[in-house]
Design a protein around this ligand. Structure first.
Ligand code: ADP
Length: 709
């Protein structure tokens, strides 16, 4: 045990600002315990001290009390007790020592509250003559007394003796208890708060202070977070206080004032009754942030697991569905060649259960043996991923041979060893049948091709024959036309003579003719005229057919043509008693074409109309189609009309709809066929619209300018 007056070190000078600040505080403090606590904090902050404590001698109880400390365990605080009368105790000795004492190697029971083996004990008093009122214990800086500690001893000594005079030490004792309580609740790692029933704070441990109190130097964010936490806490307390029985438990979300992150606490609060203080509430906050996070993570991974499980189930289901929906047999065999899985079509071929017919069983076994030999082939070639081959199987029920194409794939384990062989069988019966049919079809096609070649040759021969016949016919036709043209000409000369002489006789040139003679002569005249008309028509047709009908284009108006035609047929019109009118609709340009031929056509159409109209009217209309650049000449009558069946026939040569000898109309039956031929020569057409009994309209359509042929 060594007790020595400690030498005061020189050390680095303490910031005089810090000293000034402390002294200013002492001036405002009227509480010895508060001053002592501040002194301890100052020493820890400004000197090398690691532990410090302030002891005060209580005159009433004759006890030395611990009023402030730093770095002292709750256990040591509880254990500490020292009577003033223990005069042999080094601390009591130090109390009356005139100067600071350095104490080392004390036996543990005399050690006092400090855990260090060596410390300085500085007596506290107002001046050197007075007995010590208390002790300032400082450890951690070695045997040389820190000048800061020495200064503190002096300064605090004055303050203590100033205040102790006024302050009841009982209060100090109460302070010690309070300090004990502080150090106990500070030792608990959960934030603990003692509040009144309104939520006003009475005591909070340091962990709670971190959440609910912001020191002066705290940032704005810290301050706001602390304010928010206070609000949240009192709100939680007030709601739970409403129906609070013994112990209320609820979750409380607060903000970490330093990091700004969310902290989840479980708030345990209970009411306590104290005779002096009344009812107050003790709240313990248990940080469950990590717990909640862990719970969330577990829930999340459980969810993921469930999803994965569902996916696997779906996948398996899909696979089953695919395998079962494939019409081809599918089998999975293991390394030994044993079947481990197969679909329904495969079961029909390879599954024995349910078959009692011996023959069928034999066939199934034969199928199995054939498959096994195929699979063992696959297994020996384990280097290949795919293997294709043909297997001869048989239908177990009917015994029908079943040639199949087998396609095998291997499934390897992660280590690369062969695990399973998947084999798909494809029925080749149809393919073989198709190949046979294809062969037949090919032969038939070759045969057909040969026949077509033959027929083509024959056809070519016949074509040639026809071509020659056509040439011969054309020549014959030309000869016929030539002959007819010559003949007509030859006929016309004597016929004109006949007509001339008949005319003379009828005009009494050769003497007076009697009435019966006149009758006969008139018959001769009309028949000769008919014959002449017939000959003229035939001559026209033959000329057209022989291509000897030249075009003689001039320019003329349709109106004037109408007048001319009307004038020519004037006697017939008069006789017919029909109203004949002409119309030119819109502006019709002048025609540039063969006037003679157009007139012949219109004359023919008008005379037919007059002939086949017993009563009513005949109208000739001219119009112009600007789009087609065509002039239309329509001859409309209200006569007998032509039935639909006969409408095409009227344009045929020698066609008269009433061919009976008793028919009421004259004519040769060549008029319309000549008209149509002429219209074609002019580059136009003739159409007919008619209803039997109500009348007909023949329309000639011509290009306004005939093209040169
Ligand atoms: P035909 O010289 O006998 O009149 P067409 O070739 O001119 O010879 O006419 C042939 C037949 O067409 C006529 O016999 C007649 O039956 C019929 N036909 C011609 N035009 C008319 C018409 N406007 N109305 C009724 N029938 C007609």
């Amino acid at each position: 045990m060594t007790r020595a007056a400690a030498p005061v070190g020189t050390g680095p000078a303490i910031d005089s600002e810090a000293k000034l600040e402390f002294v200013e505080f002492l001036l405002t403090s009227i509480n010895a315990q508060e001053s002592s606590r501040r002194a301890v904090d100052w020493l820890i902050a400004h000197t090398a001290a690691t532990e410090a404590a302030v002891l005060v001698a209580d005159g009433q109880s004759n006890q030395v009390l611990l009023v402030a400390e730093h770095g002292i365990s709750a256990g040591a605080i509880i254990d500490f007790s020292l009577g003033r009368d223990a005069t042999a105790h080094p601390l009591i000795e130090a109390l009356s020592s005139p100067a600071p004492v350095y104490i080392e190697d004390l036996p543990i029971h005399q050690h006092g509250p400090l855990a260090s083996r060596a410390f300085h004990a500085i007596p506290l008093r107002s001046d050197a003559k007075e007995p010590g009122q208390g002790l300032l214990l400082v450890a951690g800086a070695g045997p040389t007394l820190d000048p800061g500690a020495a200064w503190m001893g002096r300064t605090l000594g004055k303050q203590i003796s100033r205040l102790l005079g006024r302050q009841l030490l009982a209060e100090t004792r109460f302070g010690q208890e309070r300090m004990l309580l502080y150090s106990i609740i500070n030792a608990v790692t959960d934030p603990i708060l003692l509040t009144d029933t309104e939520g006003k704070l009475i005591i909070a441990n340091s962990h709670a202070e971190k959440l609910f109190a912001a020191p002066e130097e705290a940032s704005e964010g810290w301050r706001r977070a602390a304010g928010l936490n206070n609000m949240l806490f009192s709100a939680a307390l007030s709601t739970s206080a409403v129906g609070m029985t013994e112990l209320a438990r609820r979750e409380l979300l607060l903000v970490d004032p330093l990091e700004g992150s969310d902290l989840l606490f479980e708030l345990l609060s209970s009411r306590a009754k104290d005779e002096r203080q009344g009812t107050y509430v003790v709240s313990i906050l248990r940080n469950v942030t990590d717990l909640a996070r862990a719970k969330e993570e577990i829930e999340e991974s459980y969810r993921t697991l469930r999803v994965a499980q569902a996916e696997v189930r779906d996948e398996r289901h899909r696979l089953d569905l695919i395998i079962d929906s494939v019409a081809d047999p599918i089998l999975v065999t293991d390394q030994e060649g044993d079947i481990v899985l197969m679909n329904t079509p495969a079961e029909r071929l390879f599954n024995t259960p349910g078959i009692d017919d011996e023959t069928a069983l034999r066939r199934v076994r034969a199928n199995g043996a054939n498959l096994t030999s195929f699979v063992s082939n696959v297994l020996t070639r384990s280097g290949e991923q795919r293997y294709r081959g043909e297997i001869q199987l048989g239908d177990p029920v009917t015994g029908r041979p079943l040639p199949v194409e087998a396609l095998a794939g291997t499934i390897l384990s992660e280590q690369g060893e062969l695990m399973w062989v998947v084999t798909i069988l494809h029925d080749l019966t149809e393919a073989i049948e198709k190949a046979r049919l294809y062969e037949q079809l090919k032969q038939a096609s070759v045969e057909l091709e040969r026949k077509v070649t033959e027929a083509t040759a024959e056809l070519a021969e016949q074509n040639e024959l026809l071509r020659r016949q056509h040439i011969a016919l054309e020549q014959a036709s030309a000869l016929k036309s030539q002959f007819l043209a010559n003949m007509s000409h030859e006929f016309r000369t004597p016929l004109n003579a006949i007509l001339g002489y008949t005319h003379m006789l009828l005009n009494n040139v050769t003497g007076q003719v009697s009435d019966p003679q006149r009758k006969s002569l008139s018959r001769i005249d009309s028949n000769a005229r008919h014959l002449l008309a017939l000959i003229n028509d035939i001559l026209d047709i033959t000329r057209i057919e022989a291509g000897r009908m030249p075009l003689n284009a001039t320019t003329f108006g349709v109106g004037e043509l109408f007048e001319e035609v009307q004038a020519e047929l004037e006697p017939i019109i008069k006789r017919s008693n029909l109203a004949v009118t002409t119309k030119v609709r819109g502006s019709v340009p002048k025609l540039r074409t063969d006037r003679q031929k157009v007139k012949q056509i219109v004359l023919n159409l008008l005379s037919n109309a007059l002939k086949f109209t017993p009563a009513g009217s005949v109208t000739m209309t001219a119009s112009y189609d600007t789009r087609l650049k065509q002039v239309g000449i329509a001859v409309r009558d209200t006569g007998v009309g032509i039935s639909p069946d006969d409408q095409a026939k009227v344009f045929e040569d020698f066609r008269q709809l009433d061919a009976s000898p008793a028919r009421g109309y004259g004519g040769t039956g060549l008029g319309l066929s000549i008209c149509r031929r002429l219209s074609h020569i002019l580059g136009g057409t003739i159409d007919l619209e008619s209803t039997a009994g109500t009348g007909s309209t023949f329309t000639l359509r011509l290009p306004a300018k005939a093209k040169r042929r």
